[in-house]
Design a protein around this ligand. Structure first.
Ligand code: SR1
Ligand code: MG
Length: 423
């Protein structure tokens, strides 16, 4: 694992000097490092990200810092997250080929990954804020969820291999700790780094912090997150972790990867689409976003149906692990039993995903790490109205998750909330 004492953060000047002899860099960029053009473009919460352009091509160099970039060196964070990101990218590339950037080089001691430069891709969150309708994302993301979650679990993997991998990723504890605190607990009390649109949201924030049912659900979801090591998760699958063009979808940044419940990745992703839907009213200066709203609801449906269709297909063709063994069902002439088990597994994922989605919607409005969907709404009154709808939707789907039967039901509620408040 990376030792902090050997580590040196790169900058635009030192990068060509330090990586100029690296064979992977030279192969991708050309061998004249003095001509490389380097730009630091990291705008995430944790890391340095450089675009390096040479005579022959362009690459991304991503380097972890020994602290949380968003907060500074008062919040140390281990460099080894880069090791987990590297291993997660490798596994995701095997499980859903073509959906993650290609890795060209990994340096564990320097906590850096050299990877394919995705161009002309942009971050999905920004595209949705701009009002761009990408035709592929629903299907691609549904497939990605099903393939990575199914193929990383005991439904598919040899259990010894899965347990060995589980032990490897168990050491990503500090990143899990971030999620355990920032997502599941901080929004529900006056944690030090919390912030919200104030005074507009003060009332609803006080209500949520006094909401016993919501607090119990949030802790129930935290319990599942911490204790249900079901599959290798991306661990931070929001719309800022997806890059898109009209023809391609790529998933990036799996540094929070660990073995957890399948529903976590599903719920986090859906929550970010519902938030974007409810933020659209804040981005209507250039014209009505009605068609964008309809598009987003369609994408949410596609993600879920793409996920369940592909999961069903994998269940029928790749169920080779220790769970729901075919020797108990299909090989005994009981295909119906296998289908019954599948329905139960998908139902549980659905219910849990709503719980995770609810808390994700809360933490992005009340916690430390907000999202641009709301943050870029300049008028605080308008922003607060959008955020209020999301807080309400989050609360409803988390607390009532067992009584909700379809994504369409949640979408309908989102539409109702959207219309309920005057813009
Ligand atoms: C201190 S890190 C805050 C957030 O950024 C990452 O993208 C994760 O979502 C994390 O919760
Ligand atoms: Mg990230």
């Amino acid at each position: 694992m990376a030792e902090t004492q050997d580590f040196q953060a790169l900058d635009a000047v030192t990068l060509p000097v330090r990586l100029g002899d690296n064979p992977a860099m030279r192969a991708a960029l050309g061998s004249d490092a003095s001509g490389w053009l380097v730009r630091e473009v990291g705008d995430g919460n944790l890391n340095l990200v450089f675009i390096v352009e040479g005579g022959k091509g362009t690459v991304i160099v991503k380097q972890a810092l020994p602290y949380v970039r968003l907060v500074g060196d008062s919040w140390p964070l281990p460099l080894k997250r880069s090791f987990f990101e590297y291993h997660a990218l490798k596994r995701q590339a095997e499980r859903d080929p073509g959906m993650v950037p290609e890795i060209l080089h990994f340096d564990e001691a320097q906590a850096l990954i050299v990877m394919e430069f995705l161009s002309p891709h942009i971050i999905l969150r920004q595209a949705l804020i701009n009002g761009q309708q990408l035709p592929r994302i629903g299907r691609d993301l549904g497939l990605f969820l099903a393939r990575t979650l199914f193929r990383g679990s005991d439904l598919s993997m040899p259990t010894k291999a899965r347990k060995t991998d589980l032990a490897l990723f168990a050491d990503n504890a500090e990143l899990c700790d971030i999620t355990e605190n920032l997502v599941f607990s901080d929004p529900y009390f006056d944690a030090r780094m919390n912030r919200h649109t104030s005074p507009q949201l003060d009332g609803i924030v006080a209500e949520l912090r006094a909401d016993r049912d919501m607090k119990v659900v949030a802790q129930k979801m935290k319990h599942l997150f911490a204790a249900n090591a079901e599959t290798l998760l991306h661990g931070d699958l929001h719309t800022g972790s997806v890059m898109v063009t009209m023809d391609e979808t790529r998933v990036i940044d799996p540094e929070f990867a660990f073995y957890g419940p399948m529903a976590f990745d599903v719920g986090m992703l859906l929550a970010n689409f519902w938030m974007n839907f409810l933020a659209q009213a804040g981005h209507e200066q250039g014209g009505s976003r009605d068609s964008m709203r309809a598009y987003l609801l369609g994408v949410i449906e596609q993600i879920w149906s793409g996920f369940t269709d592909e999961f069903t297909q994998l269940w029928r063709t790749e169920r080779k692990g220790i769970l729901y063994e075919t020797r108990l069902f299909e090989e005994r002439g009981d295909a119906l039993g296998a289908d019954q088990a599948l329905d139960m597994v998908l139902h549980d994922i659905f219910v849990d995903a709503l719980g995770f989605a609810g808390v994700e919607m809360h933490r992005r409005i009340l916690g430390l790490a907000h999202n641009a969907d709301f943050e870029t709404i300049a008028d605080p009154d308008l922003r607060a109205r959008c955020e209020t709808k999301a807080l309400k939707l989050g609360r409803h789907i988390a607390v009532n998750r067992h009584a909700i039967h379809s994504i369409a039901e949640v979408n309908k509620l989102a539409v109702r909330l959207e219309k309920e408040f005057v813009r």
